[in-house]
Design a protein around this ligand. Structure first.
Ligand SMILES: NC(=O)c1ccc[n+]([C@@H]2O[C@H](COP(=O)([O-])OP(=O)(O)OC[C@H]3O[C@@H](n4cnc5c(N)ncnc54)[C@H](OP(=O)(O)O)[C@@H]3O)[C@@H](O)[C@H]2O)c1
Length: 285
């Protein structure tokens, strides 16, 4: 079998002309934040893509860790997300600029609407999404957000946004692991030129004891986490595993020197059971 062309610096092209690194490091309010692990990831593991959100409450610390790493801003891909309370034109613009200043940066490489539902009484979710998106379109034009996208958007949300707005999202970040594969949504995104980015690639740890995953891991002498991350990127899906532990970050990014075979990919594809380990946006109007 030919060696995989994927490497730590592999990227996926976005419709706006940028290239997003295929593997990034997640951060989250869930399970804690480690400043030292972020610095280690940037300085020792070659990590060049960080995913965060206002909701996670770690923007300031993340900004400081980036500064400590000594990396140039231009060498790093930074994704941030606005929270539900920031839906609406004015609120979205303010949220983005506030997040930039919290992190000590002038721009985000990617800025996402975190969730399709709003909490604004008297306004439909659809109206709020369109208003919020208008703000993101302007932030994109102004260069504050080099790419803009959405998260947890299902096909009906994307269809409505297409009718209501002018820029098609560059990215849709959605839960993606062997138990949750979103094949229909993925096909739709591909057809519309929207890059499909997967979050919770380890199903928050739930997939790591699965017998099929363990079997494939033993066969390749790799860990179950490495199998799941490799599976995502071999499917062309941008992935953002999260860990607060240095040795696990090292492990999770050490997935570029082996390749899953077609039969492994097929076995992992067969694990889909539709479960969500985070939140399920299917019924958000
Ligand atoms: N857009 C959205 O709505 C949304 C929702 C959820 C997540 N996300 C993004 O996606 C990122 C990842 O998702 P996630 O944190 O939900 O789930 P995940 O990456 O699937 O799993 C993280 C969990 O697995 C553990 N872990 C990490 N590497 C491991 C390894 N090699 N071996 C064993 N356990 C390991 C972590 O614990 P330790 O930290 O203790 O290592 C943590 O408990 C988040 O950080 C966030 O940036 C986005």
């Amino acid at each position: 079998m030919a060696l995989s062309p994927l490497s730590t610096s592999s990227t996926v092209p976005l419709s706006c002309g940028l290239q997003i690194p295929i593997c990034g490091l997640g951060t989250s309010h869930d399970g804690g934040f480690s400043y030292d692990a972020i610095v280690y990831a940037l300085t020792e593991c070659g990590v060049r893509h960080l995913d965060t959100a206002k909701r996670y409450g770690c923007e300031e610390e993340l900004g400081k860790a980036i500064e400590e790493s000594g990396l140039a801003r231009s060498d790093l891909w930074l994704t941030d997300k606005l929270w539900l309370e920031d839906h609406g034109y004015k609120a979205a613009k303010k949220a983005c600029l506030d997040s930039c200043s919290k992190m000590g940066v002038k721009y985000f490489d990617l800025y996402l609407m975190h969730w399709p539902g709003s909490q604004k009484p008297g306004c439909s979710n659809r109206e709020m999404r369109a208003e919020t998106w208008r703000a993101l379109e302007e932030l994109h034009e102004e260069g504050v957000c080099r790419a803009i996208g959405v998260s947890n958007f299902m096909v009906h949300h994307l269809e409505q946004l297409k009718e209501d707005c002018s820029v098609i999202p560059h990215v849709n970040q959605v839960e993606y692991h062997p138990f949750q594969q979103h094949s229909h949504l993925m096909e739709y995104c591909q057809q519309e030129g929207i890059v499909f980015e997967g979050y919770s690639p380890l199903a928050k740890g739930q997939v790591l004891n699965n017998p099929t995953v363990l079997h494939i891991a033993a066969k390749h002498r790799r860990t179950p986490a490495q199998i799941c991350i490799r599976w995502s990127i071999q499917n062309g899906v941008v992935t953002i595993p999260k860990s607060t532990k240095k040795e696990r970050i090292q492990e999770n990014f050490n997935v570029f020197d082996f390749q899953l075979e077609d039969e492994d990919m097929a076995m992992l594809r067969g694990l889909h059971d539709g479960r969500h380990v985070t939140w399920d946006p299917t019924n958000v109007e």
